[in-house]
Design a protein around this ligand. Structure first.
Ligand code: ATR
Length: 277
């Protein structure tokens, strides 16, 4: 029997998940499909209720359904609950289960591209306070970071975000962000600044030291001006594409029974697609 999975969103045109999962299905010779399903918000509950009957082993969930999918699941894991959103669903014993693999993807990308990044200093500066920042904070706390500085243009959003975690997260005024790069093991951009079509992120890294790792969740372009600046100062940099690739792995394993790898081949495939659009 053909195993089926899909990505659910509204609209769904931009999703690169079919490319990623299609590559892994081919590579592992699995008789399976991974399709895009455009599901309107008012149809989500009905779609999830009928998912198993339609032959789906599970699904990825993207905008705008991540919060609603969490609410509709029979069971959610710690990551989904802490992040307040689900991006991966699967059926187990007839029940709908939910996870959020964004923090996992964020951490695995750093593990692969900047080995040892979390071993010496447990200090980080996080820019932004949206859903992506929430996943990043969950990931950093999971790795026992105990000096987290959070800054966002709208300070109240940073305060609200920090309140979701039972951990000391230090809120820094957006205007003060340059002073906070000193002593950080990691600097993370989770804002949309630097993305094609958005203004660049202005952050002066001159106060950081050469051992700081700098990562950007933006992956269009792959090398943002933040990463260029860090690279020119001799720091290790990690682009955001790897997070997208790694977050897909746990879902694939749930639906198709194989834990896939994020290889250069997969990355090249997605890079080619990014350049094509
Ligand atoms: P996501 O869920 O993907 O993280 P989001 O909730 O839209 O997306 O968050 C976007 C982030 O980029 C926010 O931190 C936003 O700051 P505000 O909370 O102040 O809106 C940040 N951002 C977007 N445009 C910005 C700009 N021009 N200057 C500074 N921050 C910006």
């Amino acid at each position: 029997m053909t195993a089926r999975a899909c990505v659910i969103g509204w609209p769904i045109g931009h999703s690169r998940s079919p490319l990623i999962h299609g590559h892994w299905l081919d590579k592992h010779g699995i008789n399976g499909t991974y399709t895009k399903q455009e599901v309107a918000p008012e149809e989500l509950e009905n779609f999830l209720a009928k998912m198993q009957a339609q032959g789906f082993a599970g699904a990825n969930v993207t905008v705008p359904h991540k919060e609603q999918a969490l609410a509709l699941a029979d069971h959610a894991d710690d990551a989904a609950l802490a992040i307040g959103a689900a991006n991966t669903l699967w059926i187990e014993n007839g029940k709908l289960r939910a996870s959020n693999t964004d923090a996992y993807g964020f951490l695995k990308n750093l593990d692969q591209e900047a080995p040892g990044w979390d071993e010496t200093r447990k200090s980080a500066l996080v820019l932004g306070a949206g859903g992506a920042a929430r996943a990043v904070l969950f990931g950093l706390l999971d790795r026992s970071f105990d000096d987290i500085r959070l800054t966002n243009r709208t300070r109240s959003r940073a305060e609200a975000l920090a309140s979701h975690f039972d951990a000391p997260i230090h809120i820094v005024d957006w205007e003060q962000r340059n002073t906070q790069v000193a002593g950080c093991g990691l600097i993370v951009n989770t804002t949309s600044l630097g993305m094609t079509g958005s203004p660049p992120l202005e952050l002066d890294l001159s106060g950081a030291d050469a051992t700081t790792v700098v990562t950007d969740l933006v992956y269009v372009p792959l090398k943002t001006s933040l990463l260029e600046q860090a690279e020119s100062m001799g720091m290790r940099t990690v682009d955001g594409l790897g997070m997208l690739l790694h977050q897909a792995g746990p879902g694939f394993e749930k639906w198709f029974g194989v834990r896939p790898e994020v290889t250069a081949d997969l990355r090249n495939l997605v890079v080619a697609d990014l350049l094509d659009t």
